[in-house]
Design a protein around this ligand. Structure first.
Ligand code: NZQ
Ligand code: ZN
Length: 388
């Protein structure tokens, strides 16, 4: 059991109609001028943005708006947001949307406090430990950004996708109304399901001595997301199933699932290059490479994969490692997610693209992975395995 700190300061306001409290919550948190930040169309179309504007007006909270965040959120919009906030004297940022909107808001919040181009902190040139206070109304259970200390941004030039983590960006409050996720296309629901499972598995697969409490939480989250994900495939407006998945999403990525143990993150690192280069959905990209990663690394500690097969899937008997991996891939398929790059993109990538993915992922000559350390040659081998 490793030493740990647990810091999850975000206030969660969960349940039906909870978004109607947003104006009074902002007031309570001292917001005087808010940036209302959102994505493409979904929040406008569903009427959510209208309700949010009304709540802000009712609470006499002044605000400016910036929409247009796209999946794999772009640096250029964050730059625009920083300039807008400076011009308008914004002192609080409210995201309405999924992980991309929240991550864009975090970039804006850091950019307002950082003396230089905010991209520097995503590339390791600089650091930033202060951020403009933030909150969100979550519309997609997936990235866990509503409780995490991270943000992932893509720079259009070269389609470079990079992340930065610092506790300063943790949201003051996150409003979680499962009903707001009813309008999601099935594909996005499934991508979210995979991402939540992956945030848990990235921490579960460690060669460290397991901590029973952390294992119980992690195995419970994975089983819960699979069970409720199956319900949503048939009944997408099932409130309890939406709620179970939404709360699992926050718990999977607020650090709870990694307490006292190490973590891996290779699948995430390798996926960020896929979604950076091909602009695919993060969750689908994760599903496309996880099985190949697992087959490549399991020999570092096969007993961990056996425990996974037993405790998550209830498997017994021989060949548990491979059967556990296959069981997770079968679940991904059951929610219509790809388990290979050709299934993800509709074609295999070329040899040159394999080289590029591995080269970009190994930037600065780094290796990735906690379960098994992966240099560039191993990354390329895993991409190649996933390309069949
Ligand atoms: O733009 P709109 O029209 O809102 O459409 C969005 C978008 O096209 C749509 N959507 C969201 N809520 C909806 C909805 N459509 C209908 N009804 C709703 N209620 O869904 C699409 C995807 O949204 P996005 O925010 O991109 O998805 P997600 O929440 O999965 O976020 C993905 C991003 O988060 C990053 C990923 O890399 C990716 O860039 N991550 C962030 C993390 C963090 N900050 O801690 C950790 C994660 O591992 C992840 O890397
Ligand atoms: Zn993720």
């Amino acid at each position: 059991m490793n030493n740990f700190e647990f810091y999850a300061p975000t206030r969660i306001v969960f349940g039906k109609d909870s978004e109607c409290q947003v104006g009074s919550l902002l007031k309570e948190h001292g917001a005087t001028k808010v940036l209302l930040h959102f994505g493409g169309q979904s929040a406008e179309k569903s009427g959510l943005l209208g309700r949010v504007r009304q709540s802000l007006k009712d609470s006499n909270v002044d605000f400016v708006e910036l929409g247009g965040v796209v999946p794999n959120p772009r640096l250029s919009l964050a730059h625009k947001g920083i300039e807008l906030c400076k011009a308008e004297g914004v002192d609080f940022i409210l995201s309405v949307g999924g992980g991309s909107v929240i991550d864009s808001s975090k970039a804006i919040g850091w950019g307002l406090c950082y003396d230089g181009d905010v991209w520097d902190i995503y590339t390791g040139v600089g650091t930033c430990h202060t951020c403009v206070p933030q909150a969100c109304i979550l519309t997609l259970a997936a990235a866990g950004s509503e409780m995490s200390n991270g943000s992932v941004i893509t720079k259009e030039e070269g389609m470079l996708k990079r992340s930065y983590s610092d506790d300063s960006c943790r949201l003051k409050f996150s409003i979680l109304n499962p009903e707001l996720t009813y309008t999601l296309p099935e594909y996005q629901t499934s991508c979210g399901i995979v991402d939540i499972i992956m945030h848990t598995m990235e921490r579960y697969f460690t060669t460290d001595e397991p901590m029973m409490m952390t294992d119980a939480i992690s195995e419970g989250i994975i089983r819960n997301v699979m069970a409720n994900g199956a319900i949503l495939m048939k009944d997408p407006t099932n409130y309890n199933a939406r709620g179970e998945i939404m709360w699992s999403g926050s718990l999977s990525h607020n650090d709870l699932t990694g307490l006292g143990v190490g973590s891996d993150w290779s699948t995430h690192e390798m996926e960020h290059e896929l979604s950076g280069l091909f602009d695919v959905a993060h969750g689908a990209g994760l599903a496309a490479i996880w099985g190949s990663w697992a087959r490549f690394v399991y020999d570092a500690k096969p007993e961990r994969f056996e425990t996974f097969a037993k405790n998550v899937f209830g498997l017994t008997g021989d060949n548990l490692v491979i059967r556990g991996i296959e069981a997770m891939e079968a679940f991904f398929h059951s929610v219509n997610m790809p388990i290979s790059i050709p299934e993800l993109l509709g074609r295999p990538v070329t040899e040159a693209e394999l080289d590029e993915l591995a080269r970009k992922c190994a930037y600065g000559g780094r290796s990735i992975g906690g379960f098994k350390s992966l240099p560039e040659s191993s990354m390329r081998a895993i991409y190649a395995m996933a390309n069949k």
